[in-house]
Design a protein around this ligand. Structure first.
Ligand code: SF4
Length: 467
């Protein structure tokens, strides 16, 4: 059983760990009571991650005491950062492994069966090792039609609140042919939606050209660019949708917007993290752009890509944020008219620059109140955006039965909007269908089925014949 506590990168790592363990003979189970191995894949970006981890480990101690052959693995970026304290605070953990050791999950479990607790943390990814981008490793995907594809790991930026550069290391891009090879093989297996993952996708490729020049090798003279990658991934036969996350507003370039507009498979959705609307706070965060530049780029994106949905991340209560700074965030958020936003209350992550700004920490009550005020602005634009879609016919990919009403189905539009819709036909997961939008709420749209546009590709049976 693999439990994930974090972001998409973390979920993708979980799929790899699950795939490796299945390959090694384990079967997935949903109930912990039936499991022999529990893997906790941690994330230190999320709030109170350590409290959650140690709380869970406390519960798992009883589970392990009931049968000492059971094994617990702690993986992910919290394990990478707090390697010693995991061992000290929870000595019953069998394996502690870091973000660069995913490929070793099965071996480390065997090692710990033979010789007791194992801790293995690599401080850096090993370039040229298949550990870096283990496309060759087995993966247990949660959905049949969609797959994450890692194009880059690490980050060269220094956002003051973020622990990612410390736990994931410097930016390393995956060679374009390797990415395309994985995408082709996924598409051949029936995957129709590709989700490209990186911490700062707009800078994809910069390191490849640099590394090649340093090695005196001229084969990669010009950095492969993200725009080119988008076009090539979108051109792979069988790929109907391409998404990506996350771009950095300071590095967003015109060629990426054009690639999005001109590549039919690339979805009209841009996750564009604002973080704050005050230039003073943006500078303190080391974000590298002003609010004006952010809004200008956003306007350009909307001009270039028709029907673009825009989502964002905003942090409320960054150290030193005044009421005036917050007002500016409200203004910029209102002007940006986001489709939806992830709103976070600042919480210090040990080891980051912002965690040391203790004297400037904001009053929690004031921050809570700001959060509620900003939420009103964001909710208003989200509802307006959703209402604007009523009466339209949208293509969705079917995700399954609706959790709100099991008689209905749920699908996702190209703009990444959730649609609960009625249908007389039971459509299989992965089917593409046109749906008429009849109603809208804050978090979803309601619709009715119109017609199927593409059936899911299932390649599970083969016929062997001899001539
Ligand atoms: S761009 Fe900033 S927020 Fe994003 S991963 Fe890098 S340091 Fe963190």
């Amino acid at each position: 059983m693999v439990r994930t506590f974090g972001c998409q990168m973390n979920e993708h790592d979980s799929e790899r760990i699950a795939g490796l363990l299945e390959h090694d003979g384990l079967e997935p189970v949903a109930d912990e009571g039936l499991a022999d191995v529990v893997v906790l894949n941690t994330c230190c970006i999320r709030e109170n991650a350590d409290m959650k981890l140690y709380g869970t480990l406390g519960t798992l101690k009883k589970w392990k005491d009931a049968d000492p052959n059971r094994q617990i693995v702690v993986a992910g970026c919290l394990a990478q950062k707090d390697r010693e304290s995991v061992r000290t605070r929870a000595p019953w953990v069998d394996v502690v492994m870091g973000t660069h050791n995913v490929h070793r999950a099965a071996e480390l479990l065997h090692q710990s069966s033979e010789s007791g607790g194992v801790t293995e943390i690599l401080d850096e990814a090993i370039v040229d090792d298949y550990a870096l981008f283990p496309s060759a490793l087995p993966v247990r995907r949660e959905t049949s039609y969609r797959s994450w594809v890692t194009i880059q790991i690490g980050c060269d930026n220094t956002c003051a609140y973020c622990i990612v550069p410390a736990v994931r290391g410097k930016e390393i891009s995956r060679p374009i042919d390797d990415v395309l090879g994985e995408v082709r093989s996924l598409a051949a297996g029936g995957v129709t939606e590709i989700f490209l993952l990186g911490q700062n996708v707009n800078s994809y490729g910069r390191d490849l050209a640099l590394a090649s020049r340093r090695a005196g090798d001229d084969t990669v003279r010009i950095a492969p660019q993200f725009a080119a990658l988008l076009r090539e991934v979108g051109a792979v036969p069988g790929v109907r949708r391409v998404r990506y996350m996350s771009p950095h507003p300071k590095d967003m370039r015109e060629d990426t917007l054009l690639a999005m507009a001109e590549t039919a498979a690339v979805c009209e959705h841009l996750h564009y993290p604002l973080q704050a609307g005050s230039d003073r706070v943006l500078a303190a965060m080391h974000r590298g752009y002003t609010a004006e530049r952010y809004l200008d780029r956003l306007a350009e994106a909307r001009r270039t890509i028709p029907d673009l949905a825009v989502t964002t991340d905003i942090i409320v209560g960054f150290p030193g944020e005044t009421e005036g700074d917050f007002q500016r965030t409200m203004e910029v958020a209102a002007a940006a008219e986001f489709d939806s936003a992830y709103l976070f209350i600042f919480s210090p992550r040990e080891g980051t620059a912002a965690a040391a700004m203790v004297d400037d920490f904001c009053d929690p009550a004031e921050v809570g109140e700001r959060y509620e005020r900003l939420k009103v602005v964001l909710d208003r634009s989200a509802v307006l955006k959703h209402r604007g879609r009523i009466g339209r016919i949208e293509e969705v990919v079917v995700e399954g039965n609706s959790k709100r009403n099991p008689a209905h189905l749920t699908g996702r539009t190209r703009q990444n909007k959730l649609v609960h819709f009625s249908s007389d036909e039971q459509l299989r997961v992965g089917t593409y269908a046109r749906v008429e939008i009849v109603d809208a709420a804050r978090f979803h749209l309601a619709g009715r089925f119109v017609e199927v546009t593409a059936l899911p590709v299932h390649r599970t049976r083969i016929a062997v014949t001899s001539a």
